[in-house]
Design a protein around this ligand. Structure first.
Ligand SMILES: [Fe+2]
Length: 257
């Protein structure tokens, strides 16, 4: 079983680190410095890097870490991210530290976005979802469409409820402030706010989350719930028939929140 912990980078990025013995993997090393410091201190060897998307705060550390550790780099194909040695596409399976992972294409935030899922790496299934899904929120739609984002998030909704969700940023507290505005009567969101406020007051991570909890608190996973549909229609001033239209409306609302 792999051990997982975050290395913090920039103001709110998490570089998730998977360790077995002295061997390790990092997810989205935007900044090489904290990775090198941590690996030096813990005497770890970096075997592989996995990349979810091209944004610099997720991929900026590839070259320096590759030069230092001579590691493999898995990530979106297409040749637009320098340093990727093992390009992956949708539903492609691969092994990290002897454990099977699968890449899931999840466009919306960017078009190249891949998420990584494994049922066997830890005692419970794990998901690295980059900037597609956050706890109580989702990524901004920079390159894709609300339909693509809805389809991507729907791929996560059908994963086992105990799947641990490792997101790329610590955005939970601000996402919850928006989630409770969309669904003021949602007791699960109220309870989560209380728990998250306590963690953040101690400067602790609010992640990983899990799919079961996100299905109860995340408005972007709840676009077929009447409360969310009504709130989105009220915000947009129009009738919203499709779930992706609901998602588009609440994403716009959040962008202006
Ligand atoms: Fe991003």
């Amino acid at each position: 079983m792999l051990e997982i912990f975050p290395i913090r980078a920039f103001s709110d990025n998490y570089i998730w680190t998977l360790v077995e013995g002295e061997q390790a993997i990092v997810v989205d090393p935007g900044d090489p410095k904290p990775v090198l410091e941590t690996f030096n201190k813990l005497k770890l060897d970096l075997k592989s890097i996995i990349i979810t998307h091209h944004h610099f705060d997720h991929s900026g550390g590839i070259q320096e870490l590759k030069d230092h550790f001579n590691c493999d780099v898995y990530g979106p194909g297409g040749g637009h991210i320098q340093g990727i040695s093992s390009p992956l596409s949708d539903n492609e399976e691969f092994e990290l530290l002897g454990k099977k992972f699968i890449a899931l294409s999840t466009p919306g935030h960017t078009l190249d976005q891949l998420a990584y899922y494994s049922e066997e790496a830890c005692s419970e299934p794990i998901l690295f979802c980059g900037d597609t899904l956050f706890s109580a929120g989702c990524g901004r739609i920079f390159e894709g469409t609300p339909l693509q984002m809805h389809e991507s998030i729907s791929r996560f909704s059908i994963l086992p409820e105990n799947t641990k969700v490792y997101c790329g940023h610590e955005y939970t507290q601000s996402n919850l402030a928006f989630a409770i505005t969309v669904e003021p009567g949602n007791q699960f969101i109220k309870d989560k706010i209380e728990a998250v406020d306590k963690l953040r007051a101690l400067d602790k991570e609010t992640l990983p989350s899990d799919i079961g909890s996100e299905l109860k608190i995340n408005p972007f996973m709840r676009c077929e719930e009447k409360t969310v549909i009504d709130a989105a229609a009220n915000y947009s001033g129009s009738e919203l028939k499709e779930a992706h239209e609901v998602l588009g409306a609440i994403r716009d609302w959040k962008d202006n929140f």
